[in-house]
Write a protein that binds this ligand. Sequence first.
Ligand SMILES: [Mg+2]
Length: 213
Amino acid sequence: MLALFDLDGTLVDRRAVFGDAVADLCRAHAFGPAVEQWLLTELADRANPDDFARLRTAFDLEEPAAELWQEYVGLMAAAVTCRPTVLEGLARLRTAAWTVGVITNGAADIQRAKLAATGIAELVDGIAVSGDLEIRKPDQRLFELAAARCGLDLSDGGWMIGDNPAGDIGGGHQAGLRTIWLRGRPWPDGLRAAHHIVDDVTDAITILLNETE
Ligand SMILES: [Mg+2]
């Protein structure tokens, strides 16, 4: 059975390291508080190379945008971690014959750098990053890609686990998957409820393991 996991806010805590990564970048270039605040605001949910082109224009910076982006990718990849209990959970799922994939919205290079640095990449069967295709969750085509990269088909069923109500849970339902929501964000009016609601991804993994017993 297929289990697709979101990355940021689900398998890893991006917010816990984001502020430090931005601060480190600003310190390395002697950028002032205005630049730091701009980055904290504009990159709060997600960062793309284009953001650094906009930053460069807004503050008339000398550094090439591509260079700043690469530094940011390196800082985030070095800082973000996946808890050992989560990594162990992913390994247990595969031992229990689950096929495990990651489906994430974001730029391909930063998402893949984080997946490699945290050790998640080597514990999953397939990865679909929205930046690969310019298709984002909840678009069903990204779910189809994720399943295909895991060697499966959405028509075989499966589960989607994530923290974003519309992207992860709404998208998961559209893709015909059962869903587990990591609570935290506001739940939009009218969105169909998730099959399970948990506080931590390890609780979601426990639910999935119980499915196979
Ligand atoms: Mg997320």
